[in-house]
Design a protein around this ligand. Sequence first.
Ligand code: C5P
Length: 244
Amino acid sequence: MNAEKTDSGNNHDVPVIAIDGPSGSGKGAITERLAGMTGFHILDSGALYRLVGYAARLDSVALDAETSLARLARDLDVAFLPNSEAGQPLSICLRGEDVTWAIRTDQAGVDASKVARLEAVRQALGELQVRFRKPPGLIADGRDMGTVVFPSANLKIFLTASVEARAERRYKQLKDKDIDVSLPALLESIQERDARDTERAVAPLKPAADAIVIDSTSLSIEEVVTQIVTRLKKEIDTGVFQQN
Ligand code: C5P
């Protein structure tokens, strides 16, 4: 994907905070806290890859059929709607059907990481993602937000944690949502997904050269948010948010 092409032109002066990292590193929870504090919009880019995988299953499209999958990605009939329960993430509707939880299963994550290897799919979703950059600002959560989609992001955070800690967290999240899963199976699936995400040829998972790397293995969400907010205040003091 051409980074310059995806990042330029679309509300380029609107601030972006990129939060990248592997599955279970805490990006989603941290993104929501930061959005609550700043009033910025949220881009959950992983949800878009999950939606493409989910739509592919609905339409019986193979998960390596690049041209058909790219068409699905381009024509994604998706709506992000405010949740009726206060404090809950946005509801996600695909073709008018609420798929908020259906796309959160481990299988949907595995399917997402398969379609995410394909350049034409990434290109189509990249074009969709830059349109989320709207005033007053955007918190973009994903794998390539700081490296490819928003290379001019004002603040880039790369969150990591040990694979065991990430599997435990994901296990608790899925159990809380009554999604049936076993911890050893989840650990194996996360390891496989990590390998697919970091070893793929297009937009592999890696920190941007100018990203701040935070290892959250033994940190609470609050502690990570505090570190990010401290950094954010510093960037605001030095005027970074006014320059772009
Ligand atoms: O973040 P989440 O677990 O929902 O992402 C699902 C999958 O989508 C990831 O494992 C990854 O393969 C893919 N993805 C990606 N680029 C992004 C976001 C997600 O390749 N920016």
